[in-house]
Design a protein around this ligand. Structure first.
Ligand code: AFP
Length: 364
């Protein structure tokens, strides 16, 4: 399909409805058109900025105890209103809702489930920074007429049938996969169409750019500290090349940059809050992003295992996330393995860390 001319609807018809397959003519393409309509409505709301009167706090907290912005709630309602009526969904789960939102009467229930973060990076909204929406589509096994349960959503991310994100930047883009690669569409605002501009995105296997919130460094596990330390040592260290660092505090912006030019994004387990397994939520942040990254040739792990193989225990379960360029993520996974097996002593012995007595030979 040709960049610059193929609209999202045509892409979905050609990819899903015209070709035989498990989702042909079962409404997945229509559901994704409804998700795209949600994103267009959100984009219009965001571009009004402070003029829209929707900046600032909603004076409420979500199920995670996090303060909700007004736009967190506005964007959540936009998803519900655009997606609940068409008989394709049984229910929805969102970062901003405690439990499962069953499609209400009088709307018919369908076979698909939608999990979403309606406004990712919302702490950037009041500073006019880049934000996004993230979504994941799966198919329920239970019969259509029963109300959806939590168990319907607690499936490994490898069972997703579609995933995507919107990035509300200088341009609004929709990046999606239905299991046949990862593809980017740019919103042609005056017409209202998403137009294919980045077909079959491929993440470079190698990169010298990493993204992590370094203020948490003292709480990281040793393999992560080892990897970041080597990146910071640059050409004076064992990597023998300089690295660049980015941190935008918006996962959508970080992942989009990685899809466009490679890199690695890390929100690893940190012991600032020991009971928290990570910061990012599995169902509607880590799983959809991992699906997109793998479809684009990258890797996505918790540090020790593939994120898409993880079976959720709860709707809002958090996981550590390390994703991006294949060879960098594989290196970080190797470091975790060496640490777990006690094979990384030269890098984690207290003497090395505190007095640098055992610095590896540093190339001049
Ligand atoms: P918000 O949606 O609350 O701004 O969180 C965004 C996010 O979940 C993810 O998009 C960022 O990568 C990460 O949090 C930023 O976390 P820090 O604020 O700890 O850097």
């Amino acid at each position: 399909m040709q960049d610059g001319r193929t609209t999202l609807s045509k892409f979905l018809i050609d990819t899903l409805d015209r070709k035989p397959g498990p989702h042909a003519a079962t409404g997945l393409s229509a559901l994704l058109v409804d998700v795209a309509a949600s994103i267009k409505t959100i984009a219009a709301a965001l571009t009004r900025g402070a003029l829209g009167g929707q900046h600032g706090s909603a004076l409420s907290v979500n199920t995670h105890g996090e303060e909700q912005k007004k736009l967190d709630l506005v964007t959540n309602d936009i998803f519900l209103q655009h997606c609940e009526w068409d008989g394709l969904l049984a229910g929805m789960v969102s970062e901003e809702m405690d439990g499962v939102y069953a499609v209400p009467e009088p709307y018919p229930r369908g076979e698909y489930l939608l999990a979403f973060d309606p406004l990712d990076g919302s702490s950037n909204i009041d500073i006019n920074g880049v934000v996004g929406s993230i979504f994941s589509v799966s198919r329920r096994s239970a019969s259509r007429h029963e109300a959806p349960s939590e168990a319907d959503f607690l499936r490994p991310g490898s069972e997703q049938v579609a995933a995507g994100y919107a990035i509300y930047g200088p341009a609004t883009m929709l990046v999606i996969s239905v299991g046949n690669g990862t593809h980017g569409f740019t919103l042609e605002r005056d017409v209202g169409n998403f137009v294919l501009t980045h077909s079959d995105i491929r993440i470079p296997d190698d990169s010298c750019e990493f993204a992590i919130n370094v203020s948490n460094e003292r709480f990281w596990e040793p393999p992560v500290r080892r990897y970041v330390k080597e990146c910071k040592e640059g050409r004076t260290g064992c990597r023998a090349q300089d690295f660049n660092m980015r941190w935008i505090a918006s996962m959508v912006a970080e992942v989009h940059r990685i899809l466009m030019r490679g890199g690695v994004f890390m929100y690893p387990r940190d012991f600032k809050t020991p009971e928290m397994e990570g910061r990012l939520r599995l169902l509607y942040e880590a799983n959809p992003m991992s699906f997109l990254v793998e479809q684009a040739g990258g890797l996505s792990i918790t540090g020790r295992e593939r994120i898409l193989d993880t079976t959720p225990r709860t709707l809002h379960q958090r996981v550590p996330v390390i994703l991006g360029s294949r060879n960098e993520v594989a290196r970080i996974q190797r470091y975790h393995g060496e640490y777990d097996r006690g094979e990384d002593k030269p890098f984690t012995s207290p003497l090395f860390n505190e007095r640098s007595l055992f610095l590896p030979e540093t190339p001049v």
